[in-house]
Design a protein around this ligand. Structure first.
Ligand SMILES: *Cc1c(COP(=O)(O)O)cnc(C)c1O
Length: 453
C-alpha cells in the first residue's frame, strides 16, 4: 500500500515538479525521497523510512519538526486572521515581533522591514543602502563591495553581490557590477606568511580599496563569521571587527547578511555579537520562524531610517514591499520560536553541543581524505581533498560530496554537500545522543565512499 502511494507520487513528482538547484535529467532517473512527516530532529518518508535532518532542511530548522508550541502559535493566530497587509496598516504579531527583533539584535538596530526570504531581505538591504546615499544627496556613493565566493540569495540584486561562478556566471550581463574583495580563507589563502600576516594582508586589501574608492562606495556586504554557501568558511578572529572599523573610518555602510548565521546558529543570537559589531543593516531569515514559514527581515539604524523621512513631495519614501510582508502566521510562529529560545535556554545548549561536536570531529582527521574541518557553533563543513598534503581538490565531476551524502542518506542522515564540502547543520535543539548518532553516520559515510576497502 505504502509502496503504491510512493509510486504514484514519484511519477507525479517527475511529471510536474521542477526542483531548485537540481539537474532534473539526473534526478528523474533516481527514486526520489518524498517526505511525509517530521518529528523533532527526524523526517519520515512516505515509505516509512526515518532520517535525521542533518542539514536542518537547508539551514532553517531550530527546535525540530512538529514542535507543539510552534504548531499551537500558528493554530492560535489562524483563528484570528491568516494575513492582512502591512502597506499602510499593521497587524498584531508583526508589531510584537519587530519589538522582539530590536530587543535581541545588536544594539543600535532600531527598525525592522519584513519580507519573505533571505534573498528579498538582501534586495531590501541593497536598495536601502543605495537610496540612503541618494536621499542625503551623495549620489556618487552608488557601488557595492562584496566578498569573493559570497552568496546572498538567488534574485538578481542578490546575485549581483554574489560571487560563486557556478551559480552566478551565467547571468553576468544581467547584473549590476560590484567590487569583489578576497575573503580571508586561511586554508586556501592567497596571501602567505603567519596567520597574523595573512589576516593583516586581507584587511589591507579592503583598506586599499577604500582609500582609493570609498567616495563611490555605498556599502560592503558580508556574511559575518561564516561564509556559508562557499563551503562553511569561518573567518579568523578579529577580521569582522577590523572590516567594521574600516567601514566606519571610510564612511561605507556595512550590511551583515545573517540569513544563515542568525538565530543562534553560530552560538550567539547573531554572529555579529561575536565581535561586538553593529552593522548599519542586518538581514535575517532562515531560522527566524524556527524553520516553519517564510519570513525574513532587514533591520537598520535610525541613521538610515531617518534619511527616508521627508515631506510627501520629496519622494524619499522607501518604495518597496511584498504581498506577504509581515504575514501574521509567520510572525506569530517567529515569536513562539524566540520564546522557546528562552524557555529551553537554547543558546546555552548550542554552546554545550558545539563543544561536544568539536570533540567528536577530532576523530574525522584520521580519515585519509578529510582536508579541513571548519566549525562555528552548529555550522560545520568538512572539506574532502585528494591529498591532505597538497590540498588538491577532488574534481567536480567526481561528485564526491554527492556520493558521501547519498551514502549518509542510506544510513539514515539527510544532508546536502557544497561541492567537496560535507555540510553538517543539525537543528539547534539536537540532543547529545542524536548528535552522536548523526556524526557516526557521517563518519561512516565519508569512510565508505573515500576509503572503500
Ligand atoms: C540562504 C541564504 C540567503 C538566501 O536566503 P533564501 O531564503 O534562500 O532566499 C541569503 N544569504 C545567505 C547568507 C544565505 O545563507
Amino acid at each position: 500500500m505504502e509502496y503504491e502511494i510512493y509510486q504514484e507520487l514519484s511519477s507525479k513528482n517527475k511529471q510536474y515538479l521542477w526542483h531548485p538547484f537540481t539537474q532534473m535529467k539526473d534526478y528523474i532517473n533516481e527514486d526520489p525521497l518524498i517526505i511525509s512527516h517530521g518529528k523533532d530532529r527526524k523526517l519520515y518518508d512516505v515509505l516509512g523510512n526515518e532520517y535525521y535532518d542533518g542539514v536542518s532542511s537547508i539551514w532553517l530548522n531550530v527546535h525540530g519538526h512538529n514542535i507543539p508550541e510552534l504548531n499551537e502559535a500558528i493554530n492560535e493566530q489562524l483563528q484570528k486572521v491568516a494575513h492582512s497587509t502591512l502597506l499602510g496598516m499593521a497587524n498584531v504579531p508583526s508589531i510584537l515581533l519587530a519589538e522582539k527583533l530590536v530587543e535581541i539584535s545588536p544594539k543600535g538596530l532600531e527598525k525592522v522591514f519584513y519580507s519573505d526570504s533571505g534573498a528579498t531581505s538582501v534586495e531590501i538591504a541593497i536598495k536601502m543602502a543605495y537610496q540612503y546615499w541618494r536621499n542625503i544627496g551623495k549620489y556618487e556613493k552608488n557601488t557595492f563591495v562584496t566578498m569573493k565566493e559570497a552568496y546572498h540569495g538567488d534574485t538578481i540584486g542578490a546575485v549581483s553581490v554574489g560571487a560563486i561562478d557556478l551559480y552566478h556566471q551565467a547571468y553576468d550581463e544581467l547584473l549590476f557590477p560590484s567590487i569583489k574583495v578576497s575573503y580571508p580563507h586561511l586554508y586556501r589563502s592567497k596571501y602567505e606568511g603567519t596567520e597574523q600576516e595573512m589576516i593583516a594582508a586581507y584587511i589591507k586589501e579592503v583598506e586599499g580599496l577604500f582609500i582609493e574608492k570609498a567616495n563611490s562606495i555605498a556599502a560592503l556586504i558580508i556574511e559575518p563569521i561564516v561564509q556559508g554557501a562557499s563551503g562553511i568558511i569561518v573567518m579568523p578572529n578579529g577580521y569582522l571587527k577590523a572590516i567594521h572599523e574600516l567601514c566606519i573610518k571610510y564612511d561605507v555602510l556595512l550590511i551583515a547578511d545573517e540569513v544563515a548565521t542568525g538565530f543562534g546558529r553560530t552560538g550567539k543570537m547573531f554572529a555579529c555579537e561575536k565581535e561586538d559589531v553593529t552593522p548599519d543593516i542586518l538581514t535575517c531569515g532562515k531560522g527566524l520562524t524556527g524553520g516553519y514559514l517564510p519570513v525574513a527581515a532587514t533591520l537598520t539604524t535610525n541613521r538610515i531610517y531617518e534619511a527616508f523621512l521627508g515631506s510627501y513631495e520629496e519622494q524619499k519614501t522607501f518604495f518597496h514591499g511584498h504581498s506577504y510582508t509581515g504575514n501574521p502566521l509567520g510572525c506569530a510562529v517567529a515569536l513562539a520560536n524566540l520564546e522557546l529560545f528562552n524557555t529551553t535556554h537554547l543558546l546555552q545548549h548550542v554552546e554545550t553541543i558545539a563543544a561536544y561536536i568539536q570533540n567528536k570531529l577530532v576523530k574525522f582527521n584520521d580519515l585519509k581524505h578529510v582536508g579541513d574541518i571548519r566549525q562555528s557553533g552548529l555550522m560545520i563543513g568538512i572539506e574532502l581533498v585528494q591529498s591532505k598534503i597538497s590540498k588538491e581538490a577532488f574534481h567536480w565531476n567526481e561528485r564526491i560530496g554527492v556520493k558521501v551524502t547519498k551514502r549518509a542518506k542510506e544510513l539514515g542522515l539527510l544532508t546536502r554537500p557544497l561541492g567537496n564540502v560535507i555540510v553538517f547543520m543539525p537543528p539547534l535543539a539536537s540532543t547529545e545522543l542524536e548528535i552522536k548518532e548523526m556524526l557516526d553516520i557521517l563518519y561512516n559515510a565519508i569512510s565508505d565512499i573515500t576509503e572503500p576497502c
